[in-house]
Every structure is written in C-alpha cells, then in structure tokens.
Design a protein. Structure first.
Length: 326
C-alpha cells in the first residue's frame, strides 16, 4: 500500500511500476512475432502511460532537477531492471540494464485507474483506435483491451471463485459484457434486472469490473494488480469489505499494489494484517519544503503507521476530546 497526501507522487509511482512490468509482459509477446529491443518497448510504454509524447518522456523528470530520473526494480524471480533518463530525453530512456528472465506467458499486469472506465469505454476506444490521439493514457487503454476479451463459459479459476462470489454479494450484482454486433458494451445485472452503466453507482462501476476480469481470465494466479485509489466513491462499509476482498485476492496468488489517502482503508488493512499475522508493506510518501519526496516504509502487521493520514484522524479525536472536556 502506498499512502500520502494529494500530489505526493502515489499515482506516479504506481504508473512507473506498471509501465516497467507491462513492458516485460508485452516484450515477451512481441518476441514471438515481431521482435524489437526491450529498450524501445519500455520507452514507448512509459510515454504512453504518462501521455508525454508531445514533450518527450523527459517531462516526467521534476522541473529544475539536476539529476536523472532513475528507477531500479527487482522481481521475485530474481529478474532485475534499471533505467534512467534526464529532462531532455525525447523518445527513449538513456540508460538501461535489464536482466529479465525468459517470459513464460503466464504473467498478466492490470492497472485500475482512479476514474472508472465503463461509462467511457467507447470513447477511450475511439480516441485511441480511430482518432489516434492520446486522450487517455495506457492505464485506461490497456484496461479497455482486457475488458473486451470475452468471458469464457465454464469454471472460474478455483482460487478466485470465492473472491468473485464475495464481489457479487458486496455489490449486489455483477458487471457483465453485452455483445452488440461486433461491439461489446457493459451492463450491471442485479438479480433478473439489467441496468445501463449510466444508471449504476460510480463505486460499483469501478470495482465491479473485477468480476469481468476474473470471468474472462485476465485476473488470475500470478497476476499483478495495480489499484489507484480503489476506495473513491465507496461507502466506508464497502471500503472495509473491499479490503477483505483484496486480502482474499492476495491469498489466491494475485500481487496487489494500492494507492490511497483513505483512513478507513489503511485502518482495515492494518486490522486484517494483525488478525491474519500477515505482513503488508505500507509506503508513506511525503513532501518537504522544497517539494522533494520522502518515504517511510512500515509493516501494517505492526499496527497503524505514522503518516499524515493517520495523523489527521488522531487530530480529529483530540479535537473531539477537547470539546468534551470544555
């Protein structure tokens, strides 16, 4: 979990990790058909995830920074990736060192953006496929492509059956694909009733797509799931239930990265970690007076971390106590 105030870099950090990991996935697929250097695949994905085509990927570097933007990522299979570039970079990263193990075709990387995509599904498709404009970055476009894959008949992957059932119970229904000719649209099905996406609550649209990704086998064991503020537009009760779902997905073999500044999500995940005696990493981001980023790493199994979100919750409690003592 990555927490921090607005503009502290939570989404940017998720996107960097997603772009790097999705590049490994896409590189493995392209190697079978039209090989191209991994450096090019990574550079394109970074540009498309940050919509930096007009000014080049160098726009990702903090203005006025003397040093390059550098990233070093290690994976559980001992793969290792390092890349860097300066503010003057245009289309490609300058330095790269990759020790990526041979792609086995099983990894799948998914990013759920902060804004839901189902109500603007066709708009995203037209913007990227027909008009060829980067109106929506690759975190949206890649998700649309994953959601278009038809759901398969038959049994859902056994380790995600309970997750899917819990999702349907919590949101009292499920998001389903609806084929219209060659196009795919989405509806929300509740019992025997069907509702268009425009009539469906924002929180349901945003989290309900997990049922589609499970049913069309895009979310499975060994998937890597990035969730940018999944708690937005959700009632505290639904947030707490979502945390239980997230934990169940992790136990089913999905690695999950979350960004949030919601106290309920931090508190509930901490409760789960303590209850299950499971380590859950929490990275608390902050900015100093010069707007430079800092971070503190902690384990939710050890209790609530010290960060600005938790601090504000404690301030409210202190303020209420002061009022009661007056």
């Amino acid at each position: 979990m990555i927490v921090g105030e607005n503009d502290s870099g939570k989404t940017g950090l998720l996107k960097i990790m997603y772009a790097a990991t999705k590049s490994i996935e896409e590189f493995g697929i392209k190697q079978k058909h039209s090989p191209e250097p991994f450096k090019k695949v990574l550079s394109n994905k970074l540009g498309n995830c940050f919509n930096s085509r007009k000014g080049g990927i160098g726009r990702m570097v903090r203005r006025g920074a003397d040093e390059k933007l550098s990233s070093e990522i290690s994976y559980c299979d001992k793969s290792h990736l390092y890349f860097s570039f300066s503010s003057s970079a245009k289309e490609q990263v300058a330095d790269i060192t990759d020790h990526i193990k041979e792609f086995d075709g099983h990894i799948n990387t998914i990013f759920l953006p902060a804004k839901e995509v189902l109500s603007i599904f066709k708009t995203i498709e037209i913007a990227r496929d027909t008009l060829f404009i980067p109106e929506f970055d690759d975190t949206y476009y890649d998700l649309v492509k994953s959601l278009k894959i038809p759901t398969k008949k038959g049994k859902i992957e056994s380790n995600l059956v309970s997750v899917n059932q819990t999702l349907e119970r919590v949101f009292e229904g499920e998001v389903q694909q609806k084929k219209e000719g060659v196009n795919i649209d989405f509806i929300f099905k509740k019992g025997k009733s069907e509702f268009p996406m425009s009539f469906t609550a924002e929180g349901v649209k945003k989290i309900g797509i997990l049922t589609t990704l499970i049913r069309n086998r895009q979310l499975h064991k060994d998937s890597i799931l990035f969730m940018d503020e999944p708690d937005s537009n959700l009632h505290p009760k639904a947030i707490r239930e979502l945390c239980e779902i997230i934990y169940s997905m992790s136990k089913a073999g999905v690695q999950i990265f979350i960004s949030t500044h919601n106290y309920f999500m931090i508190k509930q995940l901490s409760i789960i970690a303590r209850r299950q005696l499971e380590s859950m990493s929490c990275i608390s981001l902050s900015l100093d007076d010069q707007h430079a980023g800092n971070f503190v790493s902690s384990d939710l199994k050890d209790g609530l971390p010290e960060n600005s979100i938790v601090a504000e919750a404690l301030k409210m409690i202190d303020e209420e106590i002061d009022l009661d003592l007056m």
